[in-house]
Structures are given as C-alpha cells and as structure tokens.
Write a protein that binds this ligand. Sequence first.
Ligand code: A3P
Length: 341
Amino acid sequence: MSVICEEIPRSEIIEKAAYEGVKDFIFVRRKERPKDIKVAEKWSMEPCFLPSFYEEVAQRILDFEVRADDVWIVTYPKCGTTWTQELIWQICNNLNYDQSKSPLYERFPFLEIGSLLSRDWPNVDYVTRLEKAPSPRFIKSHLPAPLLPNGLWTVKPKIVYVARNVKDVAISWYHHHVNIHYFPGSFQDFMDTMIADKIMYSPFHSHIVDFWRMKDEQNILFSTFEDMKKDLPAVIRRTIKFFGNDYSEAQIQTLADHLSFAQLSKNPSVNLDHMLKGIQVAINKKMKDQNYHFIRKGETGSFKKEMTPELVERFNKWTESEMQKLNCEPELRNIFLLNES
Ligand code: A3P
C-alpha cells in the first residue's frame, strides 16, 4: 500500500463538516513522495480531507490504469468543472451537439463519486465502470495531484486543470453543500470548515499550487474560471490548440454560444436538474432551496454580495498564511484572488 488513510477523531470542527449520511472523515496521503515520478518533486504532499468511504478506493485509484488517449479534467470543486467538461467534450468530439444529448456525467464520468456520498443513496462505482470503458475515456476528478493515478504522470494523457477565486469557490461550495449534500450547518459553520481545511477535498490552496507548478508540462493545460468569463472564445481557442484540433471562427462562436450561461443552464444534458430531482425522490427529502440549480449564478466576484468585510478579511489572511506555508510564488496570489484587483 502506498496510500495512508488516517481516521480523524471527532471534534467541534469535524462535527461541523458532517453532511447527509457522512459523519466520519479521514486524512488521505501518500506514504512518501514517489521517486519514480519526476513531477512529484513539485507536489506539496498535503493530506487530503475526505469522507471515510474513500478508503475503499484510495489505493485502487492510485493503481488505476491510465491510457494515453484518456482525457482528464481535474479541479478543486466549484471551479468551473462542468462548464469546462462540456467545452472539452465538444472539442474532442467534432462539436457533435446531437450526440451530446446524453448526460454529461455519463459522457464524462466523475471517477471517485461512488465514495463520497451517503451509503443510503444510489451510488455508482465509476472506478470499475471506467476500468472497463472503451477508449477514448473522458474522466473527471477532484482529487489533489498526489492522490491521482500514478499513470497520469508516466503515461501522460492530456489533463485540463481549472482554478477559481477562493471566495467565489467557498460561496458556490456552500450552496452546493446545503442543497446537494443537505449540509445542516449555518453559513458561518461552512466558512469555518473551509478556512480550517476541513471540508471535502481540502486543502484548497495546495490543490491549486501543485497543478500551477506543473502547468508547463506538455500534457497539462492550466485554465481559470475567470478567463472563461472574461473571454470564452479565447479559452476555447487555447483549448483547441492544446488538443491539436482545428475549428473555424464560426464554429468557435457557435461553441461559445452553446457554452454560455444562458444556454448551458437550460441544457438538460449538462445542468444536472434531472439528477437533483432524482436525489430528492430517492431519499424522500426536499432540497432546502427549491430554486437552487447546479448552474447557479455563474458570476465572478459574487462573494461580495454574500460575505461580510470581516469574512473577506479572514479569507485574505488565510490565503496569505497558506502562501507562506507553501512557499508560494507571488503570481499565485493572482490566482487565489482572481478578479479582485
Ligand atoms: P456558482 O455556484 O458560483 O454559480 P463546478 O462545475 O466545478 O461544480 O462549478 C460550478 C460553478 O460553475 C457554478 O458557480 C456554476 O454556476 C458555474 N458555471 C457552470 N456553467 C457556467 C457557465 N456556462 N457560465 C458561467 N458559470 C458557469
């Protein structure tokens, strides 16, 4: 076993992190920095906070067989994963808008989702499904670099990583937790867990730092939510180039329109409305905000409407201290605090 899963004793902050059917958490980390993986020199090796069910797949995921023609997306949750998945899928599938009527979560499965949710919920083991899936596979994961399959760093398939402003992520993650995971705590409780790095997939900063430091690898494209908001056609062009495709300006404009908030939020194959309804029926429990949608607001800087100046200050101090701890290059401040200057 090259992975260690350490049980976390219950405490006030751990109780705050609990959500529907999930009360126990573990710290997951590699036993040691792998010497045979060159890019591992750049990893911060921080243990990742995950529900205890993750122990079932931790080693299997490290050993997961990666193929050269796989396409991966990796993000900390709420950084624009779904938006970018649809962008990648279309670019890699000849802009086949007809074929993309099947759900995005089937076209581009979420590797570890089966180990995050209540055991009383309908769970799908995508690790096994993906092991058997024909190529080319499109795979989503929120895992930090050190917990991703070893093969990613040796076989080197294409990986797109997306980052987003930390406070917008926190707000988006809060609404996701309350409505999708039936998080019972208050807004303040959630923000406490985020800043304490005691929420699924945390720590936040090292997740981004590790990929930012690998961004010049040929098989990695480092992208941001804010760039997509600012100039979506430019991000589409950059992504097309990364995948070695060639599309006309007219096709790029049509894709930008397909990916616009207005279009994507009403696209049933992408917006997850159907899945959210399915969860409520399956567990016979209503979502707290019946007007919640996974594709929710899609704004940059929306934290300004929901965070008090004191909370903003706490997030800024936290980011500064994480930057020191991780010995961050100054450019990283612009990534964590995107669109604020
Ligand atoms: P908000 O909750 O801030 O609105 P992920 O897919 O990583 O979970 O990220 C979800 C976030 O991406 C949500 O942010 C969602 O609204 C936003 N998003 C999804 N599609 C978008 C689009 N076409 N334009 C802008 N934002 C989009």
